[in-house]
Design a protein around this ligand. Sequence first.
Ligand code: RP5
Length: 166
Amino acid sequence: MKKVGIVMGSASDLPIVRKAIDTLASFGVPCEVHVYSAHRTPAEAADFARTARDMGFGVIIAAAGMAAHLAGAIAAQTTLPVIGIPCKSNNLDGIDALLSTVQMPSGIPVATVAIDGAANAALLSIEILALSEPELAAKLDAKRAADAAGVLEKDAAVAAEFNFAD
Ligand code: RP5
């Protein structure tokens, strides 16, 4: 199975990124995690992206906050799918990172998830790998079904508490 590469701009992003790592682990998807910054270590970030396909990666997740150029900088060096996680920071609540990540020029796509949306970044990467891994597709279907059952259980509890027949 192809690996998912996870790159974060700073170790301070790890509390957010951990949800992606945990989600991939729960599906048995191998991943490799790095701290490479588009600004502080641009050569390492570019090298990683340039060699990723040959190193067995199928998708790259890039998480960064503030002037979040990491996902775009990585996408510029590879035609693997790149998923950007805009990370929330103190001053602008993650809007800065969201806009920096999502507003890519035509020709260099980044699939951007919600601010701090690390679990969805992992799920999207699993959906991409599942195109050629039927057992991953089955696990995704099972998770959807379990999630739906959980919501319906809550619906039943709320209905029992508030919905009375006349
Ligand atoms: C970004 O700047 C990083 O991705 C991080 O979200 C933010 C702050 O980085 P540190 O100053 O905590 O290293 O590049």
